[in-house]
Design a protein around this ligand. Structure first.
Ligand code: ZN
Ligand code: ZN
Length: 311
């Protein structure tokens, strides 16, 4: 009514993260990764967001052959746009996602938004930073828990940065703004700090959590990922690598366990973690470790010191 703009933020590209057969329960999976294929309706494609595999959306279930039984499960930004169009048919809608707009087309769309050509802007993290939208006074974060549902050591930090950015898009100096955040855990210290716009409270919580867990910057961490095209070869190499660890009192080695994405780009993956206090030279420990381990040529090893992601 005031002619101002609303942002709906959902950090998930595509229409739905899962396509499921309602007849037999089959889930459409990437042939190269242990990951579901994401349904992109505008591009009429099923995409793997990990390896880039792309294929058409089938008419029949590839497992049982049932027709018109494939259901899109869960929200993506395209689905959110569809729902918003149904609910507010008179509103002018813009959907922004890195797979829909790039380069000059993206720049034009952002300019049109800034000039007030749209009422509701629906977007992924593409919309979170940069660009000043003077007329945007309401921001809604849909499914804010998404980024917290990982095992990444810095998930909370990244979630805070992203959500604080999105919330900060609503309102500027001359117009007050409002941000609404959808979460299953409003009592989570991150969400509580966000609701109070209290960055210091979040930092205090995050420091305490990392200190208690011995995570960087209070302790050191190294992630070793062993992978091979053959599952048994990868598992066996990971077990032998664990046995080859050099003696060191204050270094704890965890694993091997199947990596969160067990199969990626056709390779089966197992993870070991080494954790130590700050005073220990963990890089030297890992170098000594690797010099003692003889891995077969078919096995690949990736080492990540103070890893950003545990994928
Ligand atoms: Zn089926
Ligand atoms: Zn894949």
């Amino acid at each position: 009514e005031r002619g101002e703009q609303t942002l709906l933020f959902l950090n998930r590209r595509g229409y739905a993260p899962l396509t499921l057969c309602r007849a037999c329960g089959h889930r459409l999976q990437c042939p190269n990764c242990s990951a579901w294929l994401v349904q992109h309706r505008r591009a009429r494609r099923l995409l793997c967001h990990h390896c880039g595999h792309a294929g058409p959306i089938p008419a029949a279930c590839p497992s049982c052959g049932a027709e018109e039984k494939l259901a899109a499960v869960g929200p993506g930004v395209e689905r959110l746009a569809e729902e918003a169009a149904r609910r507010w048919p008179e509103a002018r809608l813009a959907t922004l996602s890195s797979d829909l707009h790039q380069g000059a087309a993206l720049k034009r769309l952002l300019e049109a938004i800034a000039e007030g050509a749209y009422d509701i802007i629906i977007g992924t993290q593409l919309i979170a930073k940069g660009h000043h939208f003077p007329n945007l006074t309401l921001a809604g974060v849909v499914d804010a828990d998404l980024a917290l549902e990982t095992t990444d050591p810095r998930a909370a930090e990244r979630t805070w940065q992203l959500l604080a950015q999105v919330a900060g898009r609503a309102g500027r100096v001359d117009k007050p703004g409002l941000a609404l955040i959808q979460t299953h855990g409003p009592e989570h210290p991150l969400m509580a700090a966000l609701a109070a716009s209290d960055r210091d409270a979040f930092i205090a919580f995050e420091r305490a959590a990392r200190q208690a867990a011995g995570m960087p910057p209070f302790g050191r961490l190294a992630a070793l990922i062993v992978s091979a095209r053959d599952d048994e070869a990868a598992a066996d190499a990971a077990r032998r690598l664990a046995l080859a660890r050099p003696p060191a009192d204050r270094v704890m080695v965890l694993g091997p366990v199947a990596a969160p994405i067990h199969r990626l780009r056709g390779r089966w993956r197992y993870r070991l973690l080494a954790q130590s206090p700050r005073a220990i030279d963990l890089s030297a420990f890992v170098r000594a470790w690797l010099s003692r381990a003889a891995l077969p040529g078919s096995v690949r090893l990736e080492v990540d010191i103070d890893p950003y992601s545990f994928m």
